[in-house]
Design a protein around this ligand. Structure first.
Ligand code: NDP
Length: 235
């Protein structure tokens, strides 16, 4: 393994950065998107907002010139904008769907060209336990994350015969800026419900992603793999 062209959207920090580093450690050529922060050392940073199709195309062109066509794509970029259903504006709903779901669709569509030509591709969507279990105040986020499952499974049916896999990782609560925004009371209430009684480290998600992109996982397609300390058992 190693030496493949990998793109991780939102790989400049958080879970995406841990994933990018895990691929780089095994010798892959790794590009990450950022929206102005730049990329940590050892990774190729490409400026790209996944809500903008022209920026996506420019980012892929840059990666193709530097590393060759993207062989492994991790659709990780994502946001939350929480509030209860009754208070959620159309704009709040649409903004989260645009970034998390439509953004993933756009990057996967752009990557699929090269993957079809190469007759090889590994696509991993970073969904969430919330996409399967739901969560109060996250109607927009949950819809975006469960949408990824239908998308991955449709891609599996369309492209599975071309040696392209599309799988979904559904993390529970992971220590990142996203969860650091929760209050201490919220954190306690969440940990009470997790059989592991702790949050995950980003590296624990990264290990599953590199496995799904490996040769050992060539026959896993359209799967949803929870990495949640047992929080979502049964889904
Ligand atoms: P962070 O908030 O730490 O990082 C989010 C990343 O997404 C950043 O790199 C950010 O880029 C990028 N991003 C957001 N919007 C866009 C956009 N429009 N275009 C390009 N990049 C964008 O999040 P996490 O690392 O915690 O989360 C990563 C993924 O994992 C998300 O999809 C999240 O939903 C999912 N997840 C997280 C869990 C957790 O507990 N943390 C649990 C389950 C799933 P920038 O730096 O430019 O803002």
């Amino acid at each position: 393994m190693g030496g493949r062209s990998v793109l991780v959207t939102g790989g400049n920090r958080g879970i995406g950065l841990a994933i990018a580093r895990a691929f780089a450690e095994q010798g892959d050529k790794v590009a990450v998107t950022h929206r102005g922060s730049g990329a940590p050392e050892g990774l190729l940073g490409v400026q790209c907002d996944v809500t903008d199709v022209d920026q996506i195309d420019a980012a892929f062109t840059e990666i193709e010139a530097a590393h060759g066509p993207v062989e492994v794509l991790v659709a990780n970029a994502g946001i939350t904008d929480d509030t209860l259903l009754m208070r959620m504006s159309d704009e709040q709903f649409t903004r989260v769907i645009e970034a998390n779901l439509t953004g993933s669709f756009r990057v996967v569509k752009r990557a699929s060209r090269g993957m079809l030509r190469a007759k090889f591709g590994r696509i991993v969507f970073i969904s969430s336990v919330v996409g399967l279990n739901g969560s109060p105040g996250q109607v927009n986020y949950a819809a975006s994350k469960s949408g990824m499952i239908g998308m991955a499974r449709s891609i599996t049916r369309e492209l599975g015969s071309r040696n392209i896999t599309a799988n979904v990782v559904a993390p529970g609560f992971v220590v990142t800026d996203m969860t650091n925004a929760l209050s201490e009371d919220q954190r306690k209430a969440i940990i009470d419900q997790i059989p592991a009684k702790r949050y995950a480290e980003p590296e624990e998600v990264a290990g599953v992603v590199t496995f799904l992109a490996s040769d050992a996982a060539a026959y896993i397609n359209g799967a949803v793999v929870p990495v949640d300390g047992g929080l979502g058992m049964g889904h």
